[in-house]
Design a protein around this ligand. Structure first.
Ligand code: ATP
Ligand SMILES: Cc1cn([C@H]2C[C@H](O)[C@@H](COP(=O)(O)O)O2)c(=O)[nH]c1=O
Length: 199
């Protein structure tokens, strides 16, 4: 089973992911915890691009997509083949939401374009926990240290997440992540336990 954590910058994904890792030993299945961008050299290329304000948005899409392809082939699919539960902090929806926003001035329907590029080969998540915060909260919490963490950008990214949820409501578990961290983490753990019970 592939469970992904998604949300705008500062929504608390990484905190929730670390919290889940701390509780994985109490749960039954074997887990693989992973994330995008990855720690591989593909991920390093992505991180370099994040720091470049004038990086070409289309080139950046393909860097992220290359990182995703290697992540899927080297980490996600092998873990799924071993019967493990994979929990990924960001995955394909991050590309649809973020690059769907950064490419808005170049393409008519960038979100559809980014999805089409993935469609023939990616492995969609079985469930996605969406940590929902407004753009102002996300920007404030993330500290605005890179180009994606600005309020206007996060607003556009959040709108794209809403489109993704509208398209596939059964896959998403929305959690109000503006609340205290303890409440959010408890809901995330409960969501994972419910998903495991249902599988
Ligand atoms: N519910 C919360 N209330 C207040 N602060 C929070 C909450 N959740 C996380 N934080 C804080 O907000 C900051 C960002 O959290 P975190 O790194 O988990 O978010 P993220 O979604 O992974 O962000 P990014 O995508 O930018 O890496 C951290 O300082 C974290 O301690
Ligand atoms: C996977 C992925 C990420 N991004 C953006 C979102 C963040 O601003 C940065 C780094 O992610 P982190 O969770 O803060 O470490 O990259 C993106 O634009 N597209 C993607 O596919």
């Amino acid at each position: 089973m592939l469970i992904t954590l998604e949300g705008i910058d500062g929504s608390g994904k990484s905190s929730a992911w670390e919290f889940l890792q701390g509780h994985a030993a109490d749960l039954d299945p074997e887990f693989t915890f992973t994330r995008e961008p990855t720690e591989s050299w593909y991920g390093e290329a992505v991180r370099r691009s994040i720091q470049e304000d004038d990086a070409d948005s289309l080139a950046e899409l393909f860097l992220y997509t290359a990182d995703h392809a290697a992540h899927l082939a080297n980490t996600v699919q092998p873990a799924l083949d071993r019967g493990e539960v994979v929990i990924s902090d960001r995955y394909s929806d991050s590309r649809y939401a973020y690059q769907g926003a950064t490419l808005a001035d170049r393409l008519d329907d960038p979100l559809a374009f980014v999805r089409e590029i993935h469609e023939p080969w990616t492995r969609p998540p079985d469930a996605t926990i969406y940590l929902d915060v407004d753009a102002e909260t996300g920007a404030e919490r993330s500290g605005g240290t890179n180009k994606f963490e600005r309020i206007e950008q996060l607003r556009a990214v959040r709108e794209n997440y809403e489109r993704l949820i509208d398209d596939d409501p059964e896959r998403f578990v929305r959690i109000d992540a503006t609340r205290a961290a303890e409440a959010v983490r408890a809901d995330v753990l409960e969501a994972v336990e419910t998903l495991l019970d249902e599988q």
